[in-house]
Design a protein. Structure first.
Length: 198
């Protein structure tokens, strides 16, 4: 962390310019990766302690995965304390959620350090089992799958590769959804499928 005597008139901050930039990037989200944000990543690693403290001041946890070379923030578990939400939340559709679950399962089947690369068609085909629960119209269903695919790219959960049409599943999905959360959602979706058999 670089000492600073004020970066601009009236500045009472205590952090250096690079550390402030890293803090802002962590707050903006959705995640920082060594590949996409090399300078910010180096700052997060260097100043992890002070960044973790500043984020805790606003009820956020800093998650740093040095194996996967990524960092992000999430709401801290504050127990019974009622705390304001700092991070923007985005409601997921049914299709968004089943796509995330499908991608997370692919990550779980991969070997440590192995990149998981997927294409739109193969993921869409995998999700066909849910079509009866959302629509019997194949074109409409495909449109919803495409909308979710686009959304996950915007959230950096699907990352472009050098091969056109192929995306890498971000390893951050392992951190965002733990085994208990996945099991609970899958149980709910199994119930939906049983109520809406093809």
């Amino acid at each position: 962390m670089t000492d600073t005597a004020g970066l601009y008139p009236g500045d009472t901050g205590e952090l250096g310019l690079d550390t402030r930039r890293a803090l802002v990037q962590l707050l903006k989200g959705p995640l920082i990766t060594a590949d996409k944000h090399p300078e910010v990543w180096r700052t997060v690693i260097r100043d992890e302690k002070v960044l973790r403290s500043r984020l805790a001041d606003v009820f956020l946890d800093l998650v740093v995965d040095e194996d996967e070379l990524l960092a992000f923030t999430r709401p801290a578990d504050t127990g019974d304390h009622k705390t304001p939400r700092v991070l923007r939340t985005q409601r997921l559709t049914f299709m968004d959620t089943v796509m995330i679950l499908a991608l997370r399962h692919r990550l779980l089947r991969a070997q440590p350090g192995e990149r998981v690369i997927v294409g739109f068609d193969e993921v869409g085909e995998q999700l066909e089992v849910y079509r009866a629960a959302t629509s019997t119209d194949p074109a409409g269903f495909r449109k919803r799958v495409n909308s979710s695919w686009t959304k996950l790219k915007e959230y950096s959960l699907l990352v472009p590769t050098t091969t056109e049409g192929r995306m890498e599943v971000s390893p951050v999905l392992r951190q965002l959804f733990d085994a208990d959360q996945v099991a609970a959602v899958e149980a709910e979706f199994r119930s939906i499928l049983e109520e809406n058999p093809r």
